[in-house]
Ligand binder design. Structure first.
Ligand SMILES: Nc1ncnc2c1ncn2[C@@H]1O[C@H](COP(=O)(O)OP(=O)(O)OP(=O)(O)O)[C@@H](O)[C@H]1O
Ligand SMILES: [Mg+2]
Length: 290
């Protein structure tokens, strides 16, 4: 992988939201580079600012300070970006097929010529027979799969995905992960994906960006995942290297959540070992009542 010139360089980005209760500093100081063809995952506790970063990168939200440098020789940030939002965000008055074709219309590309590709992508996400359906006729997970097909329709060089598989059942999720690895291998897209799923992050990523708790969230650690590709989830389950990475991410998330003041990752709480991983994941996802 070419490491010389980043596709995207995020430097000291800060975000302050103005709220009814005053100012909220969501992002303190966030810096990382993304290289061409790289798959970068962002993990971190709920509310730490992951979506905020992705929206700033996509130009959907203004940053309060810092610089985002884009190598415009490598890609055009107005055309070559695909975004999968945390919620499916389909247009309810358009059919599934016309939702997938939306970026083609916006970019004034040839819509008729892209219909076959849209149908292929719908096949890829398991919705071959739903081209003419409307979003309100689909389940939440199906809607999310339409939005994944929509994000891929114009072969984006940079794919930004905000918990793209969060609403899917385990089997569909695994299938979508495989498809994403194949697509990325074939097209060489650069991907930034937010996920709460540690296994998904390790399986898919070249690097995992781990964020600290907000407010004023920042990057705690960046983990290089040096597992060979193509990757096979069944083989990896028994791999010591894979399990080492997995444990490193869990340890980071767990310690920061339990001990947000601490930047010292060696300070494991005494009862850390006894906590079940299920609970841990709930804590990480923010789905467990405090
Ligand atoms: N438009 C907004 N106005 C005010 N505050 C906001 C706005 N958007 C986000 N925030 C705040 O910024 C912080 C980060 O939000 P963000 O959505 O980026 O978190 P996240 O890491 O994506 O969380 P999750 O994992 O739950 O999706 C939160 O405290 C949130 O309340
Ligand atoms: Mg989010």
């Amino acid at each position: 992988m070419a490491k010389e010139k980043p596709l995207l360089s995020i430097q000291n980005v800060k975000k302050v939201f103005k709220t009814r209760d005053g100012e909220l500093e969501a992002l303190g100081d966030v810096s990382f580079d993304v290289h061409p063809g790289e798959f970068v995952s962002i993990v971190g506790p709920s509310g730490c600012g992951k979506t905020t970063i992705l929206k700033i990168v996509a130009g959907l939200l203004a940053k309060s300070a810092g610089v985002i440098h884009v190598d415009e020789k490598q890609f055009d940030p107005t055309r070559d970006v695909g975004f999968v939002f945390q919620a499916a965000s389909l247009l309810p008055w358009r059919s599934v097929l016309d939702n997938v074709l939306l970026p083609i219309e916006i970019l004034r590309m040839d819509k008729a010529a892209m219909k076959t590709k849209a149908a292929e992508l719908l096949g890829l996400v398991g919705l071959r027979d739903f081209e003419d359906s409307y979003p309100n006729e689909l389940s939440g997970g199906m809607q999310q799969r339409v939005s994944i097909a929509r994000a891929l329709i114009h072969d984006p060089k940079l794919l930004l995905m905000d918990e793209p598989f969060g609403a899917l059942d385990a089997l569909t999720r695994a299938h979508m992960q495989e498809s994403l690895m194949e697509i990325q291998n074939e097209l060489g897209n650069t991907v930034i994906m937010i996920t709460h799923d540690v296994d998904e992050a390790v399986l898919l990523s070249d690097r995992i960006v781990m964020m600290t708790n907000g407010p004023a969230a920042t990057i705690g650690e960046i983990l290089d995942i040096k597992l060979e590709r193509p990757r096979n989830r069944v083989e990896l389950a028994d791999s010591a290297e894979y399990n080492h990475y997995r444990a490193a991410v869990l340890k980071f998330l767990y310690e920061r959540q339990r001990n947000p003041e601490s930047n010292d990752s060696s300070s494991t709480p005494d009862d850390a070992e006894s906590a079940g991983e299920d609970r841990l994941l709930h804590v990480v996802k923010g789905t467990e009542a405090a």
